[in-house]
Design a protein around this ligand. Sequence first.
Ligand code: GLA
Length: 388
Amino acid sequence: MGQLGTARLFREVFGAGPEPVISWAPGRVNLIGEHTDYNEGYVLPFAVDRYTEVALRPRRDGKVLAYAAAFDRLFSCELPLREPERKGEWSDYLVGVLLELSKRGELPHGFEATIIGNVPLGAGLSSSASLEVALAVGLSRLYGLELEGLELVELCQRAESGFVGMPCGIMDQYASYFGEPGKALFLDTRTLRHRPVPLELPGVSFLIVDSGVRRALAGSGYAERRRECEEAALWLARRFPGRGIRSLRDVERGMLDEVRDEMPEILWKRAAHVVEENDRVLKAVEALDGGDVQGVGKLLTASHGLLRDLFQVSTPELDFLVEWGLEHGAFGARLVGGGFGGVTLHLVPREGKEAYVQDLKRAYRARFGLTASVLEVRPAPGAAHLSA
Ligand code: GLA
């Protein structure tokens, strides 16, 4: 069983024996609401039809052996874990999840695992969250833990912000776990509740265009933005005492207008993006409810503009892809994920999308000498056990 062939791979690597537990979890695309999740704001992601699949079989001893097809690497460690060190590679996600699981109770034995997937790696589609969530879902079954729902999502987020060292918000793990076919998740990251919003736009395709550029800055730049947002919230809380400002979620546009010349420029820019982006998420939900494709597209494009000018996480390559798209019939386009490279999302008319893709690739190559890879994604179901 399994959809991506992980069971076959498992037998090739570890030999015959009892059927492994198989689980999978998808990557995600965020329609809108970027860099709002760690500011207690709104996001509107959807799980995509790209998955990481994990097969697991218990061992009698404490050994963990895990093979990742994408890297053709076998990782091993021993349970219980004793002060593991970060390696800066895929196995960090596994160790991160194991460390968090161990905090809930001792893991009584080791296991063998194979990992296979088709989420593009490190591109902004949350390959890492899909790996964490697939592992947590599978390990929960393997060990008979009652780990599910928000508890599982939060555990995965802690694995990433803790051991892996990427101070992410909760959006990616949340979308990977709770995704629904044909729906985006309108998530309030303050209450951690969501409403599924139908994402069926007739005649529209969601194209993901990968710039092929990965900036080393992605991790450090993200952490820096997060610090700046916290600082901005603190500044505004001091400036407007008694207005209940706990995070940028609580800031009103009028306050920002009032302090335009007082507030440190960088902090003002970061805050203005977050405040406006939250508002755009609410408007996008309305537009989706009303089936207004043009409206959704415009909001996406506006989001990109501020991610570029105020939040400053875009790159010339991403800007080019977005601008080209808008000049060639896209309803809207923007960078998705943390930024500093990675992918752009293009909402395009289904009819003529092949020519759009060919022309876009040609133009990108002519401008940067780089190959843009393109894939079409659909809103898909979240994490699941597939067998055993
Ligand atoms: C990364 C993080 C998310 C979110 C986005 C930006 O994907 O993992 O939590 O902050 O960046 O919106």
